[in-house]
Design a binder for this molecule. Structure first.
Ligand SMILES: *[C@@H]1O[C@H](CO)[C@@H](O)[C@H](O)[C@H]1NC(C)=O
Ligand SMILES: *[C@@H]1O[C@H](CO)[C@@H](O)[C@H](O)[C@H]1NC(C)=O
Ligand SMILES: *[C@@H]1O[C@H](CO)[C@@H](O)[C@H](O)[C@H]1NC(C)=O
Ligand SMILES: *[C@@H]1O[C@H](CO)[C@@H](O)[C@H](O)[C@H]1NC(C)=O
Ligand SMILES: *[C@@H]1O[C@H](CO)[C@@H](O)[C@H](O)[C@H]1NC(C)=O
Ligand SMILES: *[C@@H]1O[C@H](CO)[C@@H](O)[C@H](O)[C@H]1NC(C)=O
Length: 250
């Protein structure tokens, strides 16, 4: 009994050892970047390189829940492009995600099977800095800013006037997911809180980058006693902090 267990263990150890030895001798490894970060709307390219001498490939694909791209077959998903390169080495499979959205986030798995065994590696895709449209409104009592198609998680609106920041009680926020994983924010500030002679600023704050992605400057309407309502002067500034795809519009 004991002898047969030992033999079995020995057998398994040998098999594992032998398999490992083959994989090592062929340097069978897939090289991927472990993480890729992109802005909303960008194209993201994921490369999977076979680090070995030429292999007789049986199966080579990029997956995320389902197969997105295979080395030997056409794919028809319009959201991705797929390219297999056999020559020159390294043999590689490249998946390009077009116009990425938060819903494209997650782990992408590159899988390879050949005569020498099976191996895989992953790339984790993160998407940030999403903003589709934005704008504002104001009257004598409220200043209001809205940002639609926003991501990343925890994105919020901050209000300030000069050095002064306004806090939660004067602040209203609504979140709504769209099918791309983005949401809309509307924020209202009760302007009794500040000084109507100075402009207010509302900013879309992104916790992932610790930056304001977009800001609007609101000049308030002051009601003058005894005079007709003064012409509204309205100005806006939209600051886009880096070279980006994001649009910030009124
Ligand atoms: C996955 O890719 C990384 C980076 O190229 C590499 O260091 C690692 O060894 C790979 N893992 C496997 C199992 O191939
Ligand atoms: C794959 O190989 C190409 C060509 O050698 C190289 O430019 C690229 O950086 C490699 N990619 C990875 C993820 O290792
Ligand atoms: C993404 O790729 C598509 C198709 O190749 C191209 O039309 C588009 O301009 C690219 N977008 C960006 C932001 O590079
Ligand atoms: C897709 O795969 C991820 C892990 O990569 C998992 O967390 C998620 O639940 C899967 N989604 C579906 C719909 O199977
Ligand atoms: C000012 O705007 C707020 C929010 O849009 C609205 O609820 C309020 O009725 C408006 N007040 C006046 C005086 O127009
Ligand atoms: C207001 O908030 C900004 C960050 O949004 C911060 O840098 C600044 O110090 C704050 N000012 C005051 C007076 O708290």
């Amino acid at each position: 009994m004991k002898g047969s267990t030992q033999r079995r263990v020995f057998g398994w150890v040998s098999i594992i050892w032998f398999t490992a030895a083959i994989a090592v001798s062929h340097g069978l490894e897939l090289q991927t970047v472990s993480q890729a970060t992109a802005r909303c709307g960008e194209n993201v390219t994921l490369t999977c390189n076979v680090s070995s001498s030429r292999l007789d490939i049986k199966y080579f694909s990029w997956h995320k829940n389902k197969s997105l791209c295979q080395y030997d077959s056409q794919h028809d998903d319009p959201k991705v492009k797929c390219e297999y390169i056999d020559e020159p080495l390294p043999q590689s499979l490249t998946l390009t995600l077009l116009n990425v959205m938060p819903s494209d986030q997650g782990k992408y798995l590159c899988k390879l099977r050949s005569r020498h065994g099976m191996t895989s590696n992953t790339t984790d895709v993160k998407v940030q800095d999403c903003l589709e449209t934005s704008g504002y409104n104001r009257n004598e009592s409220y200043a209001e800013c809205w940002f639609n198609g926003v991501y990343s998680g925890g994105g919020s609106v901050r209000w300030s006037q000069g050095e002064l920041n306004f806090t939660a009680p004067a602040f209203y926020q609504k979140e709504e997911m769209d099918h791309h994983g983005r949401y809309n924010i509307l924020s209202q500030l009760d302007v009794q809180k500040g000084n109507l002679n100075q402009p207010y600023t509302c900013s879309l704050w992104m916790p992932s980058t610790s930056k304001a992605l977009c800001s609007h400057e609101l000049h308030m309407v002051k009601k003058l006693k005894g005079s007709s309502e003064s012409m509204v002067t309205l100005q806006w500034i939209c600051l886009i902090m880096e070279i980006i795809m994001v649009t910030c519009m009124t």
